[in-house]
Ligand binder design. Structure first.
Ligand code: NDP
Length: 332
């Protein structure tokens, strides 16, 4: 089957040269394993970090071997009593057509839940959804009546943060994103109270205008200038969930912002960094509440779907350039 390998480690922005599209023999299915034909896979910003040879919370990808990541596929052969041919499973061996997965690393999903649109298990009901839910409710300790600001607001995580905040009783939700179309999507489709295009002018100026009353919560997907602006407009006792720093992932130059961290002291703020894996015990509550909202049509979960495994490297690069609205997926 076709698989995509890391050809070389990107320096700065990744290019198609960093990937090889190749054909590999499908490995034999051992005891306790299943053979999965992948149907849809995720490209995520965290994968950029795994392309570097640096120590992090998750080990780096190896040059010359297939990449990995969230995927949903159909079991086509099983050597496990726990999974049967025809089951649809979520697992961690994307970037390939066929995957041999230990049954313990595959989670059976309910195909009926999505009506065959399995992307939800990689988005709103998957890792990005839990990131939004746990990051807002736990890391940022969200409270009813908060004024909430979220960056990367039209993306997979950000779009859910804003909507969950509204559903949970935020006084006001403000989002920033990188195009006029995305700003319109936030206001018209997702119910954000205010939104701005961070490319239109300084973030601080635009945020001050959108939130003259200040902000109580900032959900940071971007870092840099966004974080600096949020520190400036934060209210006393504001809570920040530090979720991502996408403005820096492909940056070769030294990072300078935020230069005004002193605000955290004078305003008695709580800045809480987190990795979603920390909140695994929240999964059940997350499925119940977010799954409920989705079923009731109270949540919009837009997807941007790229067709064809061979286009996964482009999808990944385009994701970081902002080509996606909502969750970026590759249909295999
Ligand atoms: P998104 O769907 O939000 O896609 C990434 C988006 O980032 C792009 O669409 C683009 O939108 C935006 N972007 C790119 N460059 C910049 C920039 N310089 N400044 C501002 N925005 C930029 O991805 P996810 O929802 O999957 O992830 C969002 C963030 O959450 C990432 O930082 C990711 O690393 C983090 N994350 C953290 C997790 C954790 O456990 N802590 C788990 C999952 C994700 P635009 O057009 O608006 O620029």
């Amino acid at each position: 089957g076709v698989e995509i390998r890391l050809a070389s480690r990107p320096e700065g922005w990744p290019t198609s040269e960093n990937f090889t599209i190749t054909r590999a023999a499908v490995p034999a299915v051992g005891a306790g394993q299943v053979l999965v034909r992948n149907l849809v896979m995720s490209v995520d910003p965290y994968m950029r970090g795994r392309m570097n040879d640096t120590k992090s919370y998750i080990p780096p990808f190896e040059v010359g071997t297939a990449l990995e990541g969230g995927a949903v596929g159909e079991v086509i052969a099983s050597e496990s009593p726990d999974l049967a041919v025809g089951d649809v499973v979520l697992h961690g061996l994307g970037w390939r057509e066929f995957a041999v997965v230990d049954a313990g690393n595959a989670v059976k999903v309910d195909p009926g839940l999505a009506g065959g649109a399995y992307g939800v298990f990689l988005g709103v009901l998957g890792m990005p959804g839990l990131t939004a839910y746990a990051g807002l409710l736990k890391a940022a300790d969200f409270r009813e009546g908060d004024v909430v600001f979220v960056s990367g607001a039209a993306g997979a995580v950000g779009s859910l943060v804003g909507q969950i905040a509204k559903l949970r009783g935020a006084a006001k939700v403000i989002g920033s994103a990188g195009s006029a179309e995305k700003v319109a999507h936030l206001k018209d489709d997702l119910g954000f109270d205010e939104a701005f295009n961070y490319k239109d002018g300084p973030v601080l100026e635009q945020l001050e205008k959108a939130a003259p009353e200040g902000i109580d919560v900032y959900f940071d997907n971007v870092a840099g200038e966004h974080l600096e602006a949020a520190l400036s407009v934060a209210n006393q006792g504001a809570r920040f969930a530090l979720c991502g720093a996408i403005s820096q992932y492909n940056e070769k130059n030294e990072v300078v912002a935020p230069r005004n961290l002193f605000n955290a002291i004078t305003k008695g703020m709580n800045l809480r960094g987190f990795i979603v894996a920390e909140y695994g015990d929240l999964k059940e509550q997350f499925f119940a509440e977010v799954g409920g909202w989705l079923a009731e049509g109270k949540l919009v979960a837009r997807e941007t779907v790229v067709e064809g495994l061979e286009n996964a490297p482009t999808a990944f690069i385009d994701l970081m350039r902002g080509a996606n609205t909502g969750k970026m997926l590759v249909k295999i």
